[in-house]
Design a protein around this ligand. Structure first.
Ligand SMILES: Nc1ncnc2c1ncn2[C@@H]1O[C@H](COP(=O)(O)OP(=O)(O)OP(=O)(O)O)[C@@H](O)[C@H]1O
Length: 593
């Protein structure tokens, strides 16, 4: 399996919501308490209309004239209710923020760990940045809904129900009038909501385009300058900014339409209530207090309607976010750690064996065929071949960055997929062509190979690799910052750091993908010296791009179109016509250039 599992995309919104909520148990913890507070906060709002009605009808318009004592009691009760409402709303929000933040933190950690567990193959087949956005952007979308929208749906529904019931209690004909006015609005809002959701999907797509164009322009700045393509690039950036602006304006225009339409319906409903209420009042079916209270209730009834579109939108976004996060979590890692049940390799130089190994990248043709090879412990092997012949694929299978399509890879007689990851990563280390450096000091980057190494150990390692003089030449020694991706160092120096990092990790099998970048003669000598030091005494398999590595190796494996076509020491191979002799000839020719 290489791409992320998208099964969640096809499932219903409620199933996604249920599965999403289950991922963060914190959301459920204390939910009953939060709901109780929400209920209090909602109930408190209807106290004011009731108090106003009682004050008008009984306090001011009572049969014996105004009753100041009653008014005072009503006002005090009202103030108390408002205070309880405010406190409940505060407590509810605090609880809500706490539970959602810890729930989302759990979700982020789960998603991030899982991304980490996915094989290199799955990771690299995803669009760059898409995996990161699933852990960040998508979780943020869920966060907005959980902190605001989710509860608002509950509170608003509660408010709608309570307001409706009270309106019906005061006067059911007036209540019917209000509902009749709002039914068409509810349908219109549903339609609006679909349009808005579509418009915001386009805004997000345009935003994605914009980010891609801008980041490409920043990352590729030197190429853009070299080809004097500033104007072309600026035009492309301008166009994507303009498209994003247009999409955003359209979406906001639609949102802006929803508010006046509900305002308009609310005004019509209020006017109708005033006219019909007055007529009912004249007929003796409604008191002045009841009419005023009813008007308050209409306001309470309207506000959930006004926020409904936005809340529904948030809900849709959150469900889309959960679907994408679930897509990550549903993807089963194809290179799985056998964990505690797996085997731990004993220390000592490793023997490697490939048995009938075939490999094809997903959806592609086979790129390794019938690879059978034994590599003795402590031997230095050079892997050579034309570009695309399968050397890197061979190295990735050897370090279990992926598993063979068929056949087995064994280390010290144990199938690689039976070895615990912790043991595997400790015993087998790969130095990739571009040994990624982190934005930290030189010392920290070397220590990445063994975090508990002291400065003395790092210094000793550098000296043993013959790099003491290089270090002395650096102004701040081990404290020299290497910059982002190590860009403050030269390409050759970055290779030296990568070698020192591997050396300090002290593996028993070293897999090296030699860098192809040309370096100055002094650095070349240092790299050569460091390479000798780092491979000495261990099994070392190098994808060789330099003649010297092949010459120094105990054995050379020659790959051609995914097969090992020749193997043996350099001197033997170079003496017979074949792929190696041709390769050797081209190396020699290059040297002369
Ligand atoms: N991630 C991938 N997805 C699909 N095909 C791939 C992938 N990586 C490599 N290939 C294909 O597999 C074949 C072998 O590639 P590989 O990288 O192993 O060759 P190589 O000998 O290491 O080449 P080079 O010396 O240029 O690094 C090539 O045909 C390549 O196109």
């Amino acid at each position: 399996m290489t791409t992320l599992n998208e099964a969640a995309v096809g499932e219903g919104a409620l199933t996604t919501l249920r599965r999403g909520l289950r991922l963060s148990p914190e959301f459920r913890a204390g939910l009953a308490g939060t709901l109780l507070l929400a209920l209090l906060a909602t109930a408190g709002r209807v106290v004011v209309p009731i108090a106003v009605q009682q004050t008008i009808d009984k306090g001011l318009g009572g049969p014996d004239g105004p009753d100041i004592g009653f008014v005072r009691t009503a006002v005090l009760a009202c103030a108390l209710a408002v205070a309880v409402t405010a406190l409940s709303a505060y407590a509810m929000n605090v609880r809500l923020y706490r539970t959602t933040e810890s729930g989302l933190a759990t979700l982020r950690i789960k998603a991030f760990r899982h991304v980490h567990d996915l094989s290199m193959l799955t990771q690299s087949s995803e669009r760059r940045g898409a995996l990161v956005s699933r852990v960040t952007g998508d979780v943020d979308q869920i966060s907005q809904f959980m902190q605001w929208g989710g509860l608002l749906i509950i509170v608003s529904t509660g408010q709608l129900v309570v307001a409706s019931v009270l309106m019906a209690v005061y006067s059911w004909p007036l209540a019917l009038l209000v509902w009749a006015a709002f039914v068409p609005l509810a349908f219109a809002l549903r339609r609006f909501q679909r349009l808005i959701s579509g418009a915001y999907t386009r805004v997000r797509e345009r935003m994605g385009d914009l980010l891609a164009v801008v980041s490409e322009a920043v990352v590729g700045a030197s190429v853009i300058r070299a080809y004097a393509a500033e104007d072309r690039t600026a035009r492309r950036v301008d166009e994507t900014v303009e498209e994003h602006r247009r999409a955003q304006t359209r979406a906001q225009g639609l949102v802006a339409l929803t508010f006046p339409s509900s305002e308009l319906v609310a005004a019509v409903a209020t006017a109708a209530v005033v006219v019909a209420g007055t007529l009912l009042g004249v007929g003796g079916d409604l008191t002045a207090g009841e009419l005023v209270a009813f008007l308050f209730l209409v306001t309470l009834f309207v506000s959930p309607m006004q926020t409904a579109t936005e809340v529904l939108n948030e809900a849709q976004n959150a469900i889309a976010g959960w679907r994408r996060v679930l897509g990550v979590l549903d993807t089963v890692p194809d290179v799985a750690d056998p964990g505690g049940e797996g085997e731990v390799l004993p220390r000592g130089p490793i023997e490697v064996r490939f048995e009938d190994v075939e490999f094809a990248y997903p959806g592609g043709p086979p790129v390794l065929h019938d690879v059978n090879v034994d590599i003795a412990p402590r031997s230095r092997v050079a892997v050579v071949g034309e570009t695309g012949s399968g050397k890197t694929t061979f190295a990735k299978l050897l370090t279990r960055l992926m598993d063979p399509t068929s056949g087995r890879v064994l280390v010290d007689g144990v199938p690689l997929d039976r070895v615990r990851f912790s043991s595997l990563r400790e015993r087998i280390v790969m130095v990739p062509q571009d040994g990624f450096l982190f934005d930290a000091t030189l010392g920290d980057n070397i220590r990445y190979g063994r975090p508990d190494a002291t400065d003395e150990e790092v210094l000793r390692a550098l000296t043993e690799l013959g790099l003491g003089d290089w270090l002395e030449g650096l102004p701040r020694g081990l404290d020299t910052p290497v910059g982002q991706r190590g860009e403050s160092l030269s390409a050759g120096e970055r290779q030296l750091v990568a070698l020192a990092r591997a050396y300090i990790a002290d593996p028993d099998l070293l897999v090296l993908d030699e860098a192809t970048s040309a370096v100055d003669p002094a650095t070349e000598v240092r790299i050569q010296r460091a390479l000798d030091g780092v491979t000495r005494g261990r099994t070392a398999i190098s994808i060789a791009h330099r003649l010297s590595t092949a010459e120094a190796a105990d054995e050379v494996l020659v790959f051609d179109a995914g097969r090992i076509v020749q193997r043996g020491p350099h001197a033997e191979l170079v003496a017979v016509p074949g792929v190696y002799a041709d390769l050797h000839a081209s190396w020699i020719a290059q040297r002369r250039i």
